[in-house]
Design a protein around this ligand. Structure first.
Ligand code: ZN
Length: 211
């Protein structure tokens, strides 16, 4: 049996990198069409800062095998489109019963979580906050501060990521928006819709068996 080699990895919180990473991706504002409710504000921003990196991920993925784990660092710039703060695209794990741990290392952010039936939870994350995202919760991180928001994350290597369930629902049920006094609050996404059948299908996909 070939064993995977152990790893020691050094985090660079300023650059948002970890040594020994096996993967990296960056999302520029122009890549995030359809994410923000204020479409006019999004298009206007894209005309001038479309190439700006909104968030990037450095990850270490030893394998995709059940029982293994993937970890990495996510760095998100501060900013907003209209009243809505910069955020990640968000996802449900393809094997929807797989959880995730996030550990705040810099900045101030919110983990926005939505159950398949549309219940909403939030966790405020700053330095040394750990956020546990349980199985079956759709999750998206949002930078509500004025500095880079940096988190370490770790999740089961066979979880997979499904972005389509958010798109199919017209976004998440709530938005994280400016509250007018320098903080954040939740706003309603009027376009959100997910049928009971679709919610049940996401719940039934715990082990990803319906693929
Ligand atoms: Zn996840």
């Amino acid at each position: 049996m070939n064993l995977i080699e152990p790893l020691e990895s050094k985090l660079d919180l300023r650059l948002g990198t970890l040594s020994g990473a096996t993967g990296h991706y960056a999302k520029r504002l122009a890549d995030l069409e359809g994410l923000y409710v204020d479409i006019a504000a999004f298009r206007l921003a894209c005309a001038t800062i479309g190439d700006t990196v909104v968030y990037e991920v450095d990850e270490y993925r030893p394998s995709n095998a059940a029982g293994d784990v993937i970890f990495g660092l996510t760095r998100m710039s501060p900013g907003h489109i209209g009243d809505e703060f910069y955020m990640t695209r968000g996802h449900l794990h393809y094997k929807s019963n797989r959880p995730e741990i996030y550990y705040g290392r810099g900045g101030r952010g919110v983990m926005l979580m939505e159950s398949p039936e549309g219940e909403i939870r939030t966790a405020f994350i700053d330095q040394d906050t750990v956020c546990y995202v349980p199985p079956y919760w759709i999750h998206r991180s949002v930078n509500v501060g004025t500095d880079d928001f940096v988190m370490l994350f770790c999740y089961p290597a066979d979880a997979g990521q499904d972005y389509g369930c958010i798109e199919a629902a017209g976004g998440m049920r709530k938005q994280v928006v400016k509250n007018g006094t320098g903080g954040w609050m939740l706003g309603d996404n009027p376009g959100w819709h997910r049928s009971a059948e679709d919610a049940a299908a996401l719940m039934a996909r715990g082990e990803g068996a319906s693929q």
